[in-house]
Design a protein around this ligand. Structure first.
Ligand SMILES: Nc1ncnc2c1ncn2[C@@H]1O[C@H](COP(=O)(O)OP(=O)(O)OP(=O)(O)O)[C@@H](O)[C@H]1O
Length: 512
């Protein structure tokens, strides 16, 4: 521990390590070296006390050679990272990255820690307390980090003309000079990258929504995860794998000159978990979410601005794309009054529904496609774009072709495997004697996971899991009867519409 006595000694002898660090290091160098070192230290200490009585030339000569001698006996390099730099106390990014790196890696070796919510973070982080130190290993090399506080004079607001004492922290890195290249290069780069990555993972993520051409945001705190998402485990694993591969493939995208983006199309009936999956995606990758409401965007210029403002590590979502866009091939031909490929740009029809009147052609499909294909290539960064629809058949092929929408995921009615996940989530049940009945019924009835989940929420009056399952079975049986009735009615309609033999012949004769 750094005592006052030691502090004053250190001032005079800047090349000596702190006693505990010295102890740590000397263990590897050997006792003999330690004794020689302390002899040298004592000698330098005495010299520092009496140097005022010697001529200047002798002092300069001594300083020059004492450094060489010291670096022989104390072959360690120290680098200090201050919390803030310059007169205006600009906060140092390196300092924050080191703090976060140490708090997740080496901190627990220390005996005295501080707990705090770090800047831009939402989780409690532990960091070294004043005058604490820890060791860290990198590729078999040991380095030491120590934390300290220093007092500086600063001009503080509002009293800009008065200087006040401010306490600022610093981290000191100590390593053997023989490892200088490894530590100053790869190790420090690793610490910075790791610290920043942890910071991104722990930051308060945001959900952005646009009102017209402007984004506003709230904290994104959706609890959905892939674990709680009800879908076939094999399909789920495939999606998780695809997402994690994408998020780690920055170098591949850079090497191949492609924009680091990936498009997903989620389709299926309402209540099958499309929005839930988007939240799970964002939570898995620790991305922000931009929920883009296209119908309120004024024109292509506004759309471009909105998209340019999205940050890296984000999911850009356009929900119910079929409702935002009037895009089917048929509709396009009707609207433009010409066939596809007669010179018009791919998808150059207006998107906004207000454009139906034919005036003020504003946000267009081609505008959207241009942004997806081109713009982000220049922006860099890591982005997912997700479209959802309840009617995949309605979408223009130009919008969903591979390369734009790289992965098409169908979210469908509740399977038995999906039900098992819901039962675990809602009722903490792995098995139950009623499961077999539910399995049989789910094979016969189309019901969404949202509807199943609704029956599995334990009611306040009776939180009984069995009762929830009985209610679900009841609902499945009712749905089965309804489906049968609808089918029967449809068959009857068909029978009625079908002309009888004689009527049919007469009708054919009339046409001929
Ligand atoms: N696959 C699922 N796994 C877990 N919960 C689900 C799933 N599908 C639906 N739910 C539950 O049902 C609710 C509604 O689902 P969600 O909004 O994700 O469906 P959606 O397909 O996006 O519907 P819409 O097309 O109407 O937007 C969710 O809040 C969730 O609780």
């Amino acid at each position: 521990m750094e005592t006052d006595r030691y502090k004053s000694k250190c001032k005079a002898l800047p090349y000596l390590p702190k006693p505990s660090l010295l102890r740590l290091k000397m263990a590897g160098v050997g006792n003999m070296m330690a004794h020689t070192g302390s002899l040298m230290a004592s000698f330098i200490f005495v010299w520092a006390m009496f140097q005022q009585y010697f001529p200047r030339e002798l002092i300069a000569y001594f300083h020059k050679y004492s450094k060489r001698v010291m670096s022989f006996f104390y072959p360690y390099i120290q680098i200090t990272f201050h919390e803030s730099t310059g007169e205006r106390f600009v906060h140092s990014e390196a300092y924050t990255a080191i703090e976060i790196y140490l708090s997740s890696n080496s901190c627990l070796q220390a005996k005295r820690l501080k707990g705090d919510i770090l800047k831009n973070s939402q989780t409690l982080a532990l960091s070294l307390d004043n005058e604490e130190e820890v060791a860290d290993d990198f590729r078999g090399i040991r380095v030491w980090w120590a934390f300290g506080m220093r007092t500086s004079k600063a001009q503080t607001f509002p009293s800009l003309f008065r200087q006040e004492s401010v306490e600022k922290g610093y981290y000191k890195l100590t390593f053997h000079k023989r490892h200088q290249d490894l530590i100053i290069g790869p190790y420090l780069n690793y610490v910075m990258a790791e610290g920043k990555a942890i910071m991104v993972r722990n930051r308060q993520r945001k959900l952005y929504t646009n009102n017209g051409s402007f984004w506003s945001h709230v904290a994104f705190e959706h609890p959905a995860t892939f674990e709680s998402l009800a879908m076939e485990p094999r399909k789920k694993a495939e999606i998780i794998d695809d997402l994690t591969t994408f998020s780690k493939a920055g170098k591949l995208y850079a090497r191949t000159g492609r924009a680091w983006k990936r498009g997903y199309l989620l389709y299926g009936p309402p209540g099958t978990g499309k929005s839930t999956m988007i939240a799970a995606m964002a939570n898995l990758l620790a991305y922000d979410v931009y929920d883009l409401e296209l119908t309120t965007v004024k024109d292509n210029t506004a759309l471009r601005r909105l998209l340019m403002e999205t940050s890296s590590k984000s999911v850009i979502v356009i929900e119910d794309i079929d409702c935002s866009l009037e895009l089917t091939g048929q509709r396009r031909k009707q609207k433009s009054g010409r066939a596809e490929g007669d010179g018009g740009q791919e998808g150059d029809i207006p998107i906004n529904k207000e454009d139906d009147g034919g005036h003020n052609s504003r946000v267009t499909l081609s505008g959207l496609l241009n942004f997806i294909d081109g713009l982000w290539s220049a922006c860099g960064g890591e982005r997912l774009i997700v479209f959802t629809t309840n009617h995949v058949g309605k979408l223009d092929h130009a919008l969903i072709r591979r390369g734009r929408m790289d992965k098409h995921i169908e979210l469908s009615y509740c399977s038995y495997e999906a039900f098992e996940i819901l039962a675990k989530n809602y009722l903490s049940l792995d098995s139950h004697h009623l499961f077999s009945i539910i399995e049989e019924l789910l094979g016969q009835v189309k019901i969404t996971p949202a509807d199943v989940a609704e029956h599995l929420i334990p009611k306040e009056t009776s939180g009984d899991a069995t009762l929830c399952l009985i209610n679900l079975i009841e609902a499945l049986r009712v749905a089965k009867l309804q489906e049968a009735a609808v089918k029967e009615a449809a068959e009857e309609d068909n029978e009625e519409e079908k002309p009888s033999g004689e009527e049919g012949q007469a009708a054919t004769a009339a046409v001929v």
